[in-house]
Design a protein around this ligand. Structure first.
Ligand SMILES: Cc1cc2nc3c(=O)[nH]c(=O)nc-3n(C[C@H](O)[C@H](O)[C@H](O)COP(=O)(O)O)c2cc1C
Length: 288
């Protein structure tokens, strides 16, 4: 049973905004949600669990929720003690829908520490972190790649994890950790993920109504969209066939929120590089 501090994916099909480091800050998440007319759920960019437990001010700022935009706080890390310390002082505010564990980031320094996408095969560690969050009655989801590399993908380590861990839902980014955005996401993995009986949210190269319909036909409970939303935050309303607000109005709202929330300059700088442009024009690097 998912309570107030969680997000229930049982009934319906959901549209989620992906976390994108240095872009999807609270203001951008608010305009993508657009008072319920856009994304159903959003995520904070990744934050180091250990930094949050140490109460590092910059990291705490990343997980600050300013309004009722439904948001899961994304954590990357592995120390149970740090998670317990974070949760013992944590006060959920409006908008909070639980925690998301990042088992997807392929950055070499994370992989070297056994975290990010190196966690996909660390089932008992992941289970312990999930259980600690559940003990506090908070919602918990997992965002994962298919494993560290092609070998792990072929061994289907991602299915072992989905089968063995009791998270509320699993967001599967259909690439392994050695793949870049030049490699197409492998949607053929989704039916196998759905077969586990766990709620699956599809992620990777999803942009159109046809793409979303394919995911629905596979039995996924929703889709998560990243880069396509940074060029067009109206994509969620478009995919849901809702009336579209003016993009100009949404931009003005974004600028108003940035001022009100005193957001670090890097966020609008990165967003305005992409907003209203073609995704192909943007240099996104290889995160996530
Ligand atoms: C620049 C950049 C930063 C990212 N930062 C994160 C992050 O902080 N946490 C995360 O889980 N994924 C991160 N990702 C991965 C995205 O959430 C998403 O899984 C990926 O872009 C595939 O979805 P898309 O094809 O809809 O963009 C990042 C991706 C990019 C391009």
């Amino acid at each position: 049973m998912v309570g107030m501090n969680g997000f229930d994916v049982k009934d319906g099909f959901y549209y989620m905004l992906a976390p994108i480091e240095d872009m999807t800050d609270s203001s951008f998440r608010t305009i993508c949600w657009n008072r319920g007319k856009g994304a159903d759920l959003t995520f904070t960019e990744l934050s180091r669990l250990e930094s949050l437990a140490r109460r590092n001010a910059c990291t705490l700022e990343k997980i600050k929720l300013y309004d009722e935009t439904p948001t899961m706080i994304q954590l990357v890390g592995q120390k149970e003690m740090s998670l317990k310390r974070l949760l013992s002082g944590f006060v959920p505010n409006k908008g909070f829908r639980g925690f998301n564990l990042n088992l997807g980031c392929p950055a070499p320094d994370f992989v070297g520490q056994g975290i990010g996408c190196a966690m996909v095969k660390r089932i008992s560690k992941t289970r312990k972190l999930v259980d600690i969050i559940k003990d506090h009655d908070y919602g918990v989801s997992i965002k994962m790649r298919l494993g560290l590399n092609r070998f792990e993908k072929e061994k289907k380590v991602y299915l072992n994890l989905i089968n063995s861990v009791d998270a509320d839902f699993f967001i599967v980014h259909a690439r392994h950790g050695k793949e870049t955005y030049v490699d197409k996401a492998d949607w053929s993995v989704f039916p196998g993920c759905v077969k586990t009986g766990k709620p699956i949210i599809a992620n990777g190269d999803i942009r159109t109504k046809d793409d979303a319909q394919k995911m629905k036909d596979f039995g996924c409970k929703g889709v998560m969209i990243g880069r396509a939303a940074t060029v067009n935050p109206l994509i969620f309303a478009e995919l849901k066939s809702l009336p579209l607000p003016q993009i100009g109005g949404l931009k003005a709202e974004y600028e108003r929120l940035l001022k009100e929330r005193n957001v670090a300059f890097k966020y609008p700088k990165n967003i305005f590089k992409h907003l209203g442009k073609s995704e192909a024009d943007g240099d996104y690097g290889d995160m996530g």
